[in-house]
Design a protein around this ligand. Structure first.
Ligand SMILES: C[S@@+](CC[C@H](N)C(=O)[O-])C[C@H]1O[C@@H](n2cnc3c(N)ncnc32)[C@H](O)[C@@H]1O
Length: 277
């Protein structure tokens, strides 16, 4: 799926057609020009009996921290096909059961619900706004309760943490981190620094999927990440870039589990370690 950045218009049109189909590709350009007037609605809520539509400003979402609020971008949900296409391609080469999917800025939870079609080990939403996190929990509850699921549900370990992506404590697992324009500038860099710290202390793999890549220059400049792919469509809102973490494990500070505390180890285990009886 990887497409070089020097791709031509034909490839962009093909990607758009593959992601959204002929009819939508045709009218996509018109809607793009009018997108501030008509926010995208793709029938997701009606199809799955949830409430993820709408636009919510950081003020209306009740984000109180000044620095985080000024860097936060509006809540608006991802389009189903936009995430599903790129997830399908990304996971064709990876085993999802070895990965934790993390949506940084999960809003009302649509990205989490879409991710549940894949057999991830776990799915976690990280959302700063308490009111949006509450709505997402209710959406997850309703979605998992479908008697006859409209789409297959292959992961039921869905969890929403109400905290900032800049300080979130990741679980010890390889990660697929998804972002759909959650925050800008310094806060975006701080969220990347947090991921780098995680990779340095655990040695785990980190993959990032960034949709609507306005912040890509910050990712490209960050020494701990390297570009691994991209997928461009006509509407930049649904174009993607993929990066991998390249930070190596910091051996000077081994994680707690691996560390042997010689002061408190039982005498026989120390003897075994030294190879004597
Ligand atoms: C465009 S919405 C994301 C939509 C969602 N990921 C989806 O797939 O439908 C961006 C979200 O990021 C949240 N956000 C902003 N700053 C944040 C931060 N520092 N930490 C976590 N979430 C944040 C916003 O409250 C908003 O809900």
């Amino acid at each position: 799926m990887s497409v070089d950045d020097g791709i031509g218009l034909l490839q962009i049109a093909k990607n758009n057609y593959r992601m959204l189909g002929l009819r939508e590709t045709g009218i996509g350009i018109l809607l793009y020009l009018m997108r501030d007037v008509f926010p995208a609605r793709d029938g997701f809520d009606k199809r799955y009996g949830v409430e993820t539509d709408g636009v919510v400003t950081p003020d209306a979402a009740g984000i109180t921290d000044d620095r985080l609020r000024s860097a936060a971008i509006l809540y608006a949900p991802i389009r189903e096909n936009a995430l599903n296409t790129v997830l399908g391609d990304t996971l064709a080469k990876r085993d999802p059961s070895q990965l934790t999917f993390v949506d940084l800025g999960s809003g009302k939870g649509r990205g989490l619900l879409i991710a549940s079609r894949y057999p991830f080990a776990r799915i976690i939403g990280v959302e700063l706004s308490n009111s949006l996190a509450q709505i997402a929990r209710e959406n997850v509850r309703r979605y998992l309760a479908q008697a006859k699921p409209v789409a297959p549900i292959r992961c039921r370990q869905l969890d929403i943490q109400c905290t900032s992506a800049t300080t979130f404590d990741y679980p010890d697992s390889d990660l697929l981190v998804y972002m759909y324009r959650p925050f800008t500038g310094d806060v975006f860099i701080a969220a990347l620094d947090n991921l780098e710290r995680f990779q340095r202390t655990t040695g785990r793999q980190v993959m990032i999927m960034l949709c609507c890549p306005n912040e890509e220059p910050l990712l490209a400049q960050h020494a701990a990440f390297r570009k691994s792919g991209s997928f461009h469509v006509i509407d930049r809102e649904y174009s993607w870039v993929m990066y991998e973490g390249v930070a190596t494990r910091d051996t000077a500070t081994p994680p707690q589990d691996d560390a042997v505390d010689l002061n408190h180890a039982p005498a026989d285990s120390l003897a075994e370690d030294r190879g004597s009886s």
